[in-house]
Design a protein around this ligand. Structure first.
Ligand SMILES: Nc1ncnc2c1ncn2[C@@H]1O[C@H](COP(=O)(O)OP(=O)(O)OP(=O)(O)O)[C@@H](O)[C@H]1O
Length: 343
């Protein structure tokens, strides 16, 4: 089911937790809402689920307006499944009965509900563990039970609130693949919340970058990374320096950076003149070039080194990556061969 949000606002006391959010998620789309702690992600999800009421704006699921002026469809009538960090499974019931529960609640006979549950457990590849209790499962397996229960509840939209936050990094990677597979198999529209940009990049059709109750940019992962709409988005995604520059168009866009001139990509309709450019490690080559800098900090990241280098005349330290060892304090030569001019 499509999810359409227009002008959604929710204030607690005098604090606007969600402050004018618009989103159009199409049927079957996977949208990740990415933002720092406290930016309003969970509140937005609770508004979609119907667990909070809107102050103003509108939310429609498919053709139905479920929240809006004078209208609030209760959560149980929204065909929305919610998966939280804690999976909220019934501890005394078997895995199969946990999944059968929403079917029985909807009036199915026990036998039919258990059959339905078996089919949904197959979808999440848990048939073999159907008779276990939730306490006998790993975090990732419990996660899958929660997803199967969403399907059993007839969810056509699945909302996930940091579902992988409690898992160790290794399991998290595997669960990402499983969630992607679940999404592909079921075709449900998914709205997924996280503060982990790597997770967002891996899963999303589109990422909505959220800050202080607002969406800063809604776009596919690569566009968010390569063509950030604001300095805040650029700094939030990956390692980036945002530096002032004078932008000129002479057979393509260039940025004058004081010590040098760099060809950059730019958004449609850029005016030129004083502006800002975003530089990432992929825009720099270390070891050769006209610039000289000093490595401020360097870390081994498995397979290579990442660090930051200060260059005279450039305000922000620049992110660098190299397969060779980098050491803090080291003097290095470098060249800049690209960048992104902020709109
Ligand atoms: N029921 C409530 N009463 C008062 N303030 C609330 C309530 N729920 C959330 N808030 C406030 O609204 C803001 C947004 O909270 P929300 O839980 O939506 O953020 P979040 O982005 O999901 O954060 P996190 O990633 O830490 O879970 C926070 O400042 C929070 O303190």
């Amino acid at each position: 089911m499509s999810v359409r949000i227009s002008g959604a606002c929710k204030t607690f006391g005098d604090h606007p937790a969600v402050d004018g959010v618009d989103l159009d998620a199409t049927q079957g789309e996977f949208v990740v809402v990415l933002g720092p702690s406290g930016c309003g992600k969970s509140t937005l999800l609770r508004l979609i689920a119907g667990l909070e009421t809107l102050d103003s704006g509108e939310i429609a699921l498919g053709a139905d307006t479920v929240s809006g002026p004078g209208r609030h469809v209760p959560p149980e009538d929204r065909s929305v499944g919610v998966v939280f960090q804690s999976y909220a499974l019934w501890p005394h019931m078997s895995v199969r009965d946990n999944v059968a529960f929403p079917l029985e609640s909807a009036g199915q006979r026990r036998g039919a509900a258990r059959e339905g549950a078996t089919a949904h457990l197959e979808t999440v590849d848990l048939s073999a563990l159907a008779e276990r209790k939730p306490s006998e499962l790993s975090g990732g397996q419990r996660q899958r039970v929660a997803l199967a229960r969403c399907l059993a509840g007839g969810a056509r939209t699945v909302l996930m609130d940091e579902p992988l936050a409690n898992l160790d990094p290794h399991l998290r990677g595997r669960m990402e693949a499983e969630i992607a597979e679940f999404h592909r198999k079921t075709g449900v529209t998914s709205i997924y919340i996280t503060h982990d940009q790597r997770e967002a990049m891996a899963l999303a059709d589109r990422i909505a970058v959220m800050s202080e109750g607002r969406f800063l940019q809604v776009a596919p992962p690569q566009e968010i990374h390569d063509r950030p709409a604001t300095a805040e988005v650029a700094r939030f995604i990956g390692q980036a320096a945002v530096v002032p520059a004078t932008l000129r168009h002479e057979a393509g866009w260039h940025a004058d950076l004081g010590p040098l001139r760099v060809p950059v990509t730019a958004p449609e309709g850029l005016n030129g003149g004083a502006g800002q450019i975003v530089l990432r490690a992929t825009d720099l080559t270390l070891g050769t070039g006209p610039l000289s800098g000093r490595i401020d900090a360097a870390f081994y990241r498995g397979g290579g080194w990442e660090g930051r280098v200060s260059v005279d005349g450039i305000a922000d330290p620049l992110p660098v990556a190299s397969r060779r060892r980098m050491t803090a304090g080291e003097q290095v030569a470098l060249s800049l061969h690209g960048g992104w001019a902020l709109p």
